[in-house]
Design a protein around this ligand. Structure first.
Ligand code: GLC
Length: 549
């Protein structure tokens, strides 16, 4: 099929369903709630939705542990609600993509239940190994969430591998029958009309033969033996050839640990197996590889990450642009400044929305939601957070450990969307499944819809601009003053048009510098977050200038 790359013109909205909007009053976000809010999403200028998993699941990792790939969880409204949402999207000219989680299943999936009993054809659906002498683990790999990557199964009398939580056993993708099942899942949803997939940790699906010990990595032991494993390109190619090539759809792969050069082996527009990728470098300007190893925010690191992806993919592959998702704390609390909440929220939006690629907005980002900071660690729900709190930094005081969770926990960004100032932030009329951030009276959608200077209205304007100015889609990218640690300046150019984006990340006035060859004469200031432009940039000021010849 000759594909039209329609995703290049789009802006996506990510829904983490439990906390988006409850439509039936049971306290849990659901698809009825989504249906109510489709016009809201459209009003932002978004024309696509990515759903984090909505399949039946015991919820050990909030849906990323799937118990049935071919259904929608009853608590989200089941298939009936899903069809309505899908139709509702298509009627509005919006696309819908699902989360494909096939590195692992839930341990409650029928395949696992049969595999542990050695019932064929499921016997080899997972990665089982006998115990070594004295019950020794098969290798020294760590799981990404809870201690070691192996758990003993009494029924089968063997260890199974889980790169994530204990309740998320890894599938054995080397087994062709497993790959056939993956293709059946893909066809099932594509035949139903979905427009593509976000593929969860997809570059972990091929493990190195023999599952060798990892003698190099001090943390995340094993990752170099399962990330970009020996058959990864082959398997992705198989999915593409047998399924994706036959549908008008697109794929977005989540890829931890990847650099642009290597990314091209997956997303090169002529030779790649997938269309876009979620890379993590843009999330590492205030940490070392994971949010649990925080460092001071470095604007230079952020700029370097943005610029290298912009430059190296240009003309060869397409970027996925994001600053927030369900796996990281809120961006204003990290790269911005809660004291300059509104200004820094707008500067962050500007910094990424004028780059080349397809932007994604995570629910609540568009109103500048901030990190949730519970007083009691027991309030955390996330499996990773609970493990980290209970097992790491035990020599530090409980208060210090809790503060670390505020900065690192995924739950910091998983509280219900703040719709209005009524009880439970208008998220539910029932008892909410999770805590609402107490700041909802100040930060909510209803209030920001009324305020022309709100973060929400700023997002709308920025999205409108990026959709109307061809230079944002087609223009080349150049970063200016890369060594400047306070201001991010970049330009975009194409014949007849250019754009200059200047974003201050300082809480003090900063020098405004024009790059060589730029003259404000003849330019139009098309976006800014301050009413008047002074000689100096005000704290977290952003400006976008546009020239047309
Ligand atoms: C991905 C998801 C994350 C999930 C993990 C295991 O990183 O984004 O939420 O916990 O994979 O499926």
């Amino acid at each position: 099929m000759n594909k039209k790359r329609w995703y290049k013109d789009m802006v996506f909205y990510q829904i983490w369903p439990r906390s988006f909007k409850d439509g039936d009053g049971d306290g849990m976000g659901d698809l009825w709630g989504v249906l109510e809010k489709l016009d809201y999403i459209k009003s932002l200028g978004c024309d696509g939705i990515w759903f984090s998993p909505i399949y039946p699941s015991p919820g050990a990792d909030c849906g990323y542990d799937i118990a049935d790939y071919l259904d929608i969880a009853p608590e989200f409204g089941g298939m009936e609600a899903f069809r309505k949402v899908l139709d509702g999207c298509h009627e509005r000219g919006m696309k819908l993509i699902m989360d494909l989680v096939v590195n692992h299943t839930s341990d409650e999936h029928e395949w696992f239940q049969k595999s542990r009993e050695r019932i064929d054809p499921y016997t080899d659906f997972y990665i089982w190994r006998p115990a070594g002498p004295g019950g020794k683990l098969p290798n020294n790999w760590d799981s990404n969430f809870e201690g070691k990557a192996w758990t003993w199964d009494e029924v089968r009398g063997e260890y199974y591998l889980h790169l994530f939580a204990v309740k998320q056993p890894d599938l054995n993708m080397d087994n062709p029958l497993v790959r056939e099942e993956v293709k059946n899942i893909l066809r099932f949803w594509l035949d139903l009309g979905v427009d593509g997939f976000r593929e969860d940790v997809i570059t972990f699906i091929s493990k190195k033969e023999g599952l060798p010990n990892d003698r190099l990595f001090p943390i995340h032991k094993g990752i170099r033996h399962y990330s970009h494993g020996p058959h990864i390109h082959e398997y992705l190619e198989e999915f593409k050839r047998d399924v994706f090539d036959h549908y008008d759809c697109f794929t977005l792969a989540e890829v931890p640990l990847v650099w642009p050069k290597q990314a091209l082996s997956y997303i090169d527009e002529d030779k790649g197996q997938i269309d876009m990728m979620i890379q993590f470098q843009c999330q590492c300007a205030d940490c070392l590889f994971t949010d649990y190893l925080p460092t001071k925010f470095s604007l230079r690191k952020m700029k370097k990450a943005f610029s290298s992806w912009q430059k190296k993919l240009y003309g060869r592959a397409w970027n996925m642009l994001y600053i927030e998702n369900h796996d990281h704390p809120r961006i204003i609390s990290r790269y911005g400044n809660e004291k300059y909440w509104k200004q820094s929220g707008k500067t962050l939006a500007t910094a990424y929305l004028f780059q080349q690629g397809t932007p994604f907005i995570y629910q609540g980002q568009e109103i500048g939601m901030l990190n949730w900071k519970p007083e009691d660690p027991e309030m955390y729900e996330d499996v990773q957070t609970r493990y980290q709190y209970a097992h790491k930094n035990l020599r530090k005081s409980p208060k210090k450990r809790l503060q670390k969770m505020w900065r690192a926990s995924r739950d910091s960004a998983r509280t219900p969307v703040q719709w209005d100032a009524s009880e439970n932030a208008g998220f539910t009329t029932g008892d909410p499944w999770f805590f609402v951030n107490p700041n909802y009276k100040k930060i909510n959608v209803a209030q920001q819809e009324k305020d022309p200077n709100s973060i929400l209205n700023f997002y709308k304007k920025a999205i409108r601009l990026r959709k109307t100015l061809p230079v944002v889609r087609f223009g080349s990218y150049q970063e200016h003053f890369p060594k400047n640690s306070k201001v991010y300046t970049y330009s975009r150019r194409m014949p007849g048009q250019k754009l200059l984006v200047v974003c201050s990340f300082s809480d003090k006035p900063a020098k405004f510098k024009l790059p060589n060859g730029f003259d404000l004469m003849g330019s139009r200031l098309i976006l800014t977050n301050y009413p008047a432009q002074e000689k100096l940039l005000q704290p977290y000021e952003c400006r976008v200038y546009y020239w047309k010849s």
